[in-house]
Design a protein around this ligand. Structure first.
Ligand SMILES: Cc1ncc(COP(=O)(O)O)c(C=O)c1O
Length: 387
């Protein structure tokens, strides 16, 4: 018997409609600044591009999983987090997105409850639903830096089968500090909750570096990607790391669902690990951009924001100006040419009064965006006060 999964199970990604509008405006000759998507504007590092050129000449690019890359990733865990993992625990995937699909499909059964923070990345609840899992969104506000806590997880009754953590998170950029991760790991171990940790923004932090959940829970599943720190989103490469007894199953799911990750991207990614200086230079650009945006917040009248410890986002409360963030983002784009993402992508309940700005663009673009936004927000405040 065929089972049809209705699309109504899956929410649209509203930022895509904002982006489509932004591209229409560009086609009409308008100057548009793209702060709606979280993608680096810089491209792959030079060494990765050189390796890709060499691979195009020398390799037939078959279906392939690079053992050398998996060994390099395993070394990265030892060097960065002091955690020993084996290459056999790692599966290369076409980004963190399929890694998440394979992880959830392999580790859970239909109907299992998966807890996650709200606000959170749009794919978590949608992927869970598409796999016939039950997403359980936990409202997380400023008091917990928009993050899940051990207390919140301890209070869910009955215990969920799984939880998705993200630190730094999208859309807030907030981090769960080491002691928070440790406490979450303890609660989850005691309650039999399997942790899936999305560590895609690791390497992009502005204070304390992010900790891996593997420092506290070796049984956790980790997804990661070359899309953010390594600045290679369109190369479609990521990885899935599972504990030894689960790894054959997660690898099996990734294999039957997606075959292998792109061979060319794997050649390039191995070289990208040796491009730290260039990549860390980009982090400095984000750090400057972040400071510019944070400094401009009072002039924008946006005082209520989540602390962007990492990633490249500011998630701002615009509840004093609107209760329809999608319409707000459209109007903002039409009037100023600055594209932003509506909070409803990340939070179907309270996201009506939030927007997310991505500062993963160039510094001159951030400066220009702020020049346009400051008078627009002043006028919006005046309109709201007069209403
Ligand atoms: C938190 C988070 N996880 C996963 C992804 C998916 O990334 P990719 O599939 O490009 O690796 C994104 C993309 O923006 C993200 O923000």
């Amino acid at each position: 018997m065929l089972t049809v999964i209705p699309m109504s199970d899956v929410d649209p990604f509203y930022a895509i409609s904002i982006s489509a509008l932004a591209h229409r405006l560009t086609a009409e000759g308008r100057s548009v600044i793209h702060m709606e998507f979280g993608q680096p504007s810089t491209g792959a590092p030079k060494g990765a591009i050189a390796a890709a050129h060499a691979a195009l000449d020398a390799d037939k690019l078959p279906y392939w999983e690079s053992h050398a890359l998996k060994v390099r990733i395993a070394r990265h865990y030892l060097e960065t987090y002091g955690v020993e993992v084996r290459a056999s625990q790692i599966t290369m995937t076409c980004g963190a997105s399929p890694a998440l699909v394979a992880a959830l499909a392999a580790a859970f059964e239909p109907g299992d409850v998966i807890a996650m923070a709200r606000p959170g990345y749009v794919s978590y609840r949608n992927t869970a639903r598409a796999l016939r899992l039950t997403p359980l969104e936990i409202a997380c506000g400023p008091e917990t830096r928009f993050q899940l806590t051990a207390q919140a997880l301890a209070a869910i009754d009955p215990a969920p089968e799984g939880v998705i953590l993200a630190s730094p998170a999208n859309p807030t950029g907030s981090i769960i500090p080491a002691e928070g991760l440790k406490a979450i790991a303890e609660v989850c171990r005691a309650r039999g909750v399997r942790i899936v940790s999305d560590e895609i923004y690791h390497g992009l932090t502005y204070g304390e570096p992010a900790h891996s959940i593997l420092e506290f829970e070796p049984e956790a599943i980790v997804v990661n990607s070359f899309s953010k720190y390594f600045s290679m989103p369109g190369w479609r490469l990521g990885w899935l790391l599972a504990p030894p007894q689960l790894a054959p199953r997660t690898a099996g799911h990734a294999g039957v669902l997606f075959l292998t990750a792109p061979a060319l991207a794997q050649h390039a990614a191995l070289a990208a690990f040796e491009c730290r200086e260039e990549l860390d230079g980009r982090l400095e650009t984000y750090r400057r951009n972040r400071a510019l945006v944070l400094d401009a917040l009072p002039a924008l009248g946006l005082e209520k924001i989540a602390p962007p410890d990492g990633a490249f986002y500011v998630y701002a409360d615009v509840g004093h100006l609107t209760d329809d963030s999608l319409d707000f983002c459209k109007q903002l784009l039409m009037d100023t040419g600055v594209a932003t993402a509506p909070g409803i992508d990340f939070d179907p309940v309270d996201g009506r009064r939030f927007i997310r700005l991505s500062f993963a663009v160039s510094t001159p673009e951030v400066e220009e965006a702020l020049r346009r936004l400051i008078p627009w927000f002043a006028a919006a405040r005046e309109r709201a006060a007069a209403a």
